[in-house]
Design a protein around this ligand. Sequence first.
Ligand SMILES: NC(=O)c1ccc[n+]([C@@H]2O[C@H](COP(=O)([O-])OP(=O)(O)OC[C@H]3O[C@@H](n4cnc5c(N)ncnc54)[C@H](OP(=O)(O)O)[C@@H]3O)[C@@H](O)[C@H]2O)c1
Length: 295
Amino acid sequence: MAKIVIAGGTGLLGQALEKALLAEQHEVFILSRSPKKPNHIKWDVKNGTIDNSKIDKTEYVINLCGENVGDKRWTAARKEALLSSRVDTTKFLFEIFRNQESLKQYLTASGVNTYPLNHGKKTFLESEAFGDDYLSQLVKKWEESADLFTAKVPVYKLRISMVLASEGGALSKLLPLVKLGIASPIGKGNQSNNWVHQVDVSNAFIHGIKHQLNGAYNLTAESISNRIFMRQLMNVHGKKMWAPNVSRFIMKLVMGERATIVIDGAYTSSNKLEESGFQFKFPNLKGALAELFQK
Ligand SMILES: NC(=O)c1ccc[n+]([C@@H]2O[C@H](COP(=O)([O-])OP(=O)(O)OC[C@H]3O[C@@H](n4cnc5c(N)ncnc54)[C@H](OP(=O)(O)O)[C@@H]3O)[C@@H](O)[C@H]2O)c1
């Protein structure tokens, strides 16, 4: 049993990870701006305050903080919030835990949207350089801030793909269109849809702890085209894909710069994580969707 603090553990990934860690008998505390449960600890990153009565002897810190990249238009203020919610939280965590002798590892969510975009079928590994688009550079700064911890402990940076969950996340935005039978690929549909099941995200963090992993690891169950992804999603719901592709132009008009999340992409591989012994519970989309929708 270990003492684990999850910053930003109240969201989609954090709630599932907390359950998975508790099932393994760990002691879990959550840092939140709005604490709601006895194991929640109030912190305020902007003002640099935290109730530190419960955080001594922490062994693992996991950072899942971050404003949602897809929710709102990328105005200058939004970009600042996206960056600050990742980098400033990390820096504050470093201030809080840098002198704790008990700390064994720092783990952080990162994004797989970090590689140069639209290179056809080329598959990107962790050894590749960062892309120069906005999201890649955001992830670069996020990971660089996590590297503050490298002088002290191993730093596990999990480059997470689009997470599929039965409630919330990307699927909750697509499902209304699927149920109406009008979901279709975006652009030519050749861009990658890197995805991972929510259970495998929790498992990958636990695997990182068990094996004291250090460095960046892609977490992609399958790197498939947007066309194949949409077709399988429709099929699982008993629908045939018939609607015309949505043009990139329309997506840009509706979403602005953040349309890049759905119209561009880079194919990635989780070989490095799998070579460390990790096994996906949901390695293919059909099985993952079947499990999510039978609930
Ligand atoms: N879901 C995905 O598909 C996906 C894919 C790749 C990477 N990720 C990354 O994984 C992390 C967790 O994702 P998620 O889906 O669980 O996100 P989520 O549901 O939006 O939860 C994010 C958490 O971050 C905290 N937070 C947000 N803004 C903050 C700020 N300014 N200061 C301090 N805390 C802040 C919130 O905690 P409180 O409100 O309680 O303070 C919230 O619980 C995020 O960094 C996300 O970018 C997610």
